[in-house]
Design a protein around this ligand. Structure first.
Ligand code: S3P
Length: 171
């Protein structure tokens, strides 16, 4: 693959369960960059899981921590960053990502997301109600934010290798 044409951080955005973490982790070594996952950084900083953070402190408090963690990472050296699906609901985070990064929207069909996200119960927003309806509503709220990304990739069901290849071709 050609050498990366950017020194900006590469940020993956998109709904929960589309594979941002797996894709980011596999993409990073191709670009010679370290990989960070925003959810994991929040868990480290808070000393508890995302689910427990939602339960104990609520979504608003989680969003504040999420924005702080993303800002700290983007202020640092270049890296590949997988954001949580709701990160772009924060206006400051949206502005930072638009200004400073090369952003990639990873998109997947709702059915694909359901299959992937349903396997683990680590997603507090899918704990109540019909996950399909929740995902549809969240996508409606967030789609414009995702669409503003520099690059758009639609993933297929199955392993993520193909998606990584498509991204490397588009960079
Ligand atoms: C969320 C997505 C999750 C996590 C939290 C909230 C969302 O991240 O940050 O459960 O609002 O879409 P992933 O996109 O990594 O699942």
């Amino acid at each position: 693959y050609p050498e990366l044409k950017t020194t900006r951080p590469v940020v993956l955005v998109g709904m929960m369960g589309v594979g941002k973490t797996t894709i980011g982790r596999r993409l990073a070594p191709h670009l010679g960059l370290p990989f960070f996952d925003a959810d994991q950084e929040i868990e480290k900083a808070a000393g508890m899981s995302v689910s427990d953070l939602f339960k104990t402190h609520g979504e608003a408090s989680f969003r504040e921590g999420e924005a702080r963690v993303i800002k700290r990472l983007l202020d640092g050296p270049p890296h590949v960053l997988a954001t949580g699906g709701g990160a772009l609901t924060n206006a400051e985070t949206r502005a930072l990502i638009a200004e400073k990064t090369l952003s990639i929207w990873i998109e997947a069909d709702i059915e694909t997301i359901i299959k992937r996200a349903g396997r683990r119960d680590t997603r507090p927003l899918l704990q109540n109600g019909d996950p399909r309806e929740t995902l549809k509503r969240l996508l409606k709220e967030r789609e414009d934010y995702y669409r503003a990304a520099d690059i758009h990739v639609h993933t297929q069901p199955g392993p993520h290798n193909k998606t990584v290849e498509v991204i490397l071709e588009k960079l």
